[in-house]
Structure formats: C-alpha cells, structure tokens
Design a binder for this molecule. Structure first.
Ligand code: NI
Length: 263
C-alpha cells in the first residue's frame, strides 16, 4: 500500500532538526510526497530537497497569496525553476482573505494568481490552489473560480487541485466541473462537518494531504504535523466512504499520479 501526501512542506525549517528521521519513515511506510513552495526561496528549497530523493518526492513552485508580502512575482525566475524535471505543479497560489486583507492587498493577490495561472497553462502543469475565506464567507473560493473561468483555465487548457478544501458541496461542484481535484487535510479527522463534502466528492477526484508542518490530524492535533500522518486522513475517508484503507490509498495515489503526470 502506497499513500501519497499531495501537499506538504518538508523543506520548511520546522523539520531542520529531524528531517532525516522523517524521510526514513516515508521509506518504511511507503509514503510519497509533494513539497510545495510558498515563495521563490522556499520553492528552490522544495525542489532541492525533492532532487535528493527522486523516488520519494516531487516539488511544486509558486508564490502563496500572503506568506511573503515582500516578494514581487518574477515569472522568468519561476519559469526556469518550473522547467526542472521533478517540478510537477505551479503553486500554491490563490486567494487568502482569512485576515481581511486591504483592497490593495487583494489586488496584489489577484495579480500574482493570474500570472501563475498563465505559467501553468504555458508549461502545461497543474495548479495547486490555496483559497482561504474568512469564517462564514465563501468569497475567496468564488473569486478564485471566477478568475479561473475568466483566464479560460479548465479541463481543456489545464488542471489543478483545490488544496485543503474547506468549503461546501456547491463550491466543490464548481471545481469538479472545471476538472479540478479536491484535496482533504487533517481537519477532516476531528471536524464532523466535513462528512457531507467527503461523501459528495467522487473517489476518482479526491487527493489526500497533510500540509505539514501545519494542521495535524487527530490524534496529533496541536503538535507539528508530518507526512506520515496522511494515514489518518486516509482512514477518515475510508470510514466515510465505506471503503477499506487499501482502496482509499490505491485510488488517491492513482489520482495524484494522474494529476501531476508522475510516471
Ligand atoms: Ni501549504
């Protein structure tokens, strides 16, 4: 059984002291991962780490909407990085309205998102989409869908995944129509309100992830997350979908390989 953590940040400094041990666990438990970049420097680190373990890891390069407000998105630099063989996606990019950004900041978020959509189309790589609305609102997702449509990003021009999905069925439906996959993370293990959406998304469009070092699943909630904990996400999906863990592992791994064109 292979599990694929489709979104984590093992290159982050939170793993500097014990990265080797964590990678050993990946081998022991047969877990593969995608290291996701959040700005240019972190994207370079994600790629460099993946390069050392070509049988276990791949990388994505991109600029997160609000992790690094100092960086100006330089498409030429990202293009060079994205052309490397182990880079399988563009992102994480998108819209983050969680901390009520100013109009100017929203404008910047939208501009860098559009540039990354363009790069994904140009290089024919999938997008890793990060959307985070403030509590009780769906506008980050709605704006992102509107932009994807406006930029003509759909199943015939590109593909992607809505990472750390935390919205309603109606929104998931719109992403599925665009051809997107939906990725579930740790919170599904302790928040029963995810049951309906997990039941709704068809098995052939679900990815699993940890977003480590963040958002650890139960029973590790509140502590540092790591890719091996993707198992708990898979278990919850198995429970809600009434499948075996092996079936969930097989299908979500297949989906990940298909979306990211990993041979
Ligand atoms: Ni992330």
């Amino acid at each position: 059984m292979t599990l694929f953590d489709s979104h984590c940040h093992l290159h982050f400094r939170q793993f500097d002291n014990d990265r080797e041990e964590i990678i050993k666990k990946l081998r022991d438990f047969n877990i593969k991962i995608i290291n996701v970049g959040t700005d240019f420097k972190e994207s370079e680190k994600a790629v460099a780490l993946a390069k050392q373990y070509p049988d276990l890891m791949w990388a994505s390069v991109g600029l997160h909407p609000n992790d690094n407000l100092e960086e100006n998105f330089d498409i030429n630099k990202y293009r060079e990085l994205a052309k490397l063989q182990n880079v399988v996606a563009i992102g994480e990019c998108g819209l983050d309205y969680f901390r009520s950004p100013s109009e100017t900041e929203i404008k910047r978020q939208k501009e860098i998102f559009v540039k990354q959509i363009g790069l994904a189309k140009e290089l024919k790589k999938p997008l890793i989409l990060h959307c985070r609305p403030p509590k009780g609102s769906q506008d980050a997702y709605e704006d992102a869908i509107e932009i994807l449509k406006y930029e003509n990003f759909n199943i015939s021009t590109g593909n992607g995944v809505a990472h750390f999905f935390s919205d309603l069925k109606e929104t998931a439906k719109k992403f599925l129509e665009l051809g997107f996959y939906i990725s579930f993370a740790g919170p599904i293990t302790f928040a029963p309100e995810y049951k309906e959406i997990v039941e709704f998304v068809p098995m052939n469009r679900i990815l699993i992830e940890t977003d480590a070092p963040f958002a650890a699943p139960a029973p590790h909630r509140g502590r540092r997350n790591e890719p091996a904990y993707v198992e708990f996400v898979a278990h919850k999906i198995a429970e809600w979908k009434r499948l075996s863990i092996e079936e969930v592992a097989e299908q979500t791994t297949k989906n990940t390989l298909r979306l990211f064109q990993i041979k």
